[in-house]
Design a protein around this ligand. Structure first.
Ligand SMILES: Nc1ncnc2c1ncn2[C@@H]1O[C@H](COP(=O)(O)OP(=O)(O)OP(=O)(O)O)[C@@H](O)[C@H]1O
Length: 384
């Protein structure tokens, strides 16, 4: 169990045991397995419990009262309980459109303590589209970590908003959620009538797992928990009416990609790579994976294309240059543009003000806006 809480497992489980379903006698302690417990500097406690998928709906109803109990612990200002639902070994995968009500469900502090109610509500009828108000969903992916995928996703999403599209941004980079920081999000999102409210910033709405759970806890999650979390981020968030939802996927080709494509139809994928050969090999794998999943590749972005010296203006091609354009041509997918390696791009990510907002006419700002314009045009063309 990942834990930094100053409470023993016994103390936590004893408290949870005092909240029981009056009909079944079930408690979170009897039916759940403690997976992680963290307390941040503000006294906010986050508890993650693994539960059997079929018990998750009944147990999520207990989360509110159980969170109240946890708030009686010394120095705890707010408590959040997250249920990560597990499928029994050998059970079939949920199909697209199937309810996610048994997937991971957070609940947190009660009203009055500035808290939330459990997520969820009645399960949608089989076959109901998961996100009926969302016209199209596009994924931002990379074959390799650290190539600037999340930075691209943020600036692309905000850039699409600037193009006049109603845009949402979902951080599905479960093992390293960072969008909440890049978007300047502080605190936990509200829950209204059982649905998580995305944060509103820079003209778009956004949800990141990093707003809900301790990042270190999420890093150790494995397949079923990753899928449960992504299901929940799709189904239990009040995305409202959107022209496009941009989803930042984890690097590589893994559980999150399959989970997303099983759950919702993807309108397209944007793949980010550096010009280096090694990154391009992984980018090619990404293109192949999306093609196998019948997701159209909207194009390749070459990030860190060249370094522009802020003093003399000289361009240095640190990782080579033009590799992604050549690769795109070779694979027959569009090339969306080059983004240089710039100190202000790094600084914008750290400050929480996306570059397209903070410096829209800088070299980097213009590069991202041009990419957003091309993607917006592709989205609008596919809508007709
Ligand atoms: N073009 C750029 N110029 C300067 N810094 C950049 C650029 N693109 C990304 N960065 C910086 O590189 C770091 C990694 O970027 P980012 O988190 O977007 O990558 P990622 O591919 O999403 O990583 P991960 O694999 O961890 O999800 C961040 O500090 C970001 O600010």
């Amino acid at each position: 169990m990942a834990q930094n809480a100053p409470f023993s497992s016994d103390t936590l489980m004893d408290l949870l045991r005092t909240v029981q379903d009056p009909q079944t006698g079930l408690s979170l302690a009897s039916a759940g397995r403690l997976e992680s417990c963290t307390v941040d500097d503000g006294g906010r406690l986050t508890l993650t419990l693994g539960v059997a998928r079929e018990q998750a709906p009944a147990l999520s109803a207990l989360c509110d009262a159980a969170a109240q109990k946890l708030q009686t612990l010394p120095n705890i200002t707010k408590a959040t309980i997250i249920l990560t639902a597990h499928r029994p070994a050998g059970a079939p995968e949920p199909t697209a459109g199937q309810t996610a009500s048994a997937a991971a469900r957070p609940a947190s502090a009660p009203a009055g303590a500035g808290g939330h109610r459990p997520l969820g509500g009645p399960a949608p009828a089989p076959g109901t589209p998961v996100l009926p108000g969302v016209k199209t969903i596009i994924a931002v992916a990379s074959g390799k970590g650290g190539v600037g995928k999340s930075t691209t996703a943020v600036n692309l999403a905000v850039g699409l908003g600037m193009e006049g599209l109603r845009t949402g941004l979902l951080d599905a980079d479960i093992h390293g959620p960072s969008l909440h920081r890049m978007m300047g999000a502080k605190g936990k999102p509200d829950v209204v009538e059982g649905r998580l409210q995305p944060m509103q910033a820079w003209g778009i709405c956004a949800v990141s797992l990093g707003m809900l759970v301790d990042e270190k806890a999420a890093m150790i999650w494995r397949g079923p928990m990753v899928m449960g979390a992504i299901n929940q981020l799709l189904s239990d968030v009040d995305w409202g009416e959107l022209d496009v939802l941009v989803v930042d996927l984890p690097p590589g080709t893994g559980d999150a990609h399959l989970s997303l494509t099983q759950k919702v139809p993807l309108g397209g994928a944007v793949i980010v790579s550096t010009p280096q050969d090694i990154a391009l090999i992984d980018a090619r794998r990404g293109v192949t994976m999306f093609e196998k999943l019948h997701v159209p590749v909207l194009g390749l972005v070459e990030n860190m294309s060249y370094f522009c010296c802020p003093n003399c203006g000289h361009n240095t091609e640190l990782f080579g240059h033009g590799g992604a354009r050549r690769e795109a041509e070779a694979m027959g997918v569009p090339f969306l543009g080059e983004v240089p390696l710039l100190a202000d791009i790094r600084a914008s990510g750290d400050s929480g003000v996306p570059l397209v907002i903070g410096a829209p006419n800088s070299e980097g700002g213009k590069a991202y806006r041009a990419i957003a314009h091309t993607v917006a045009t592709a989205i609008q063309a596919s809508a007709h």
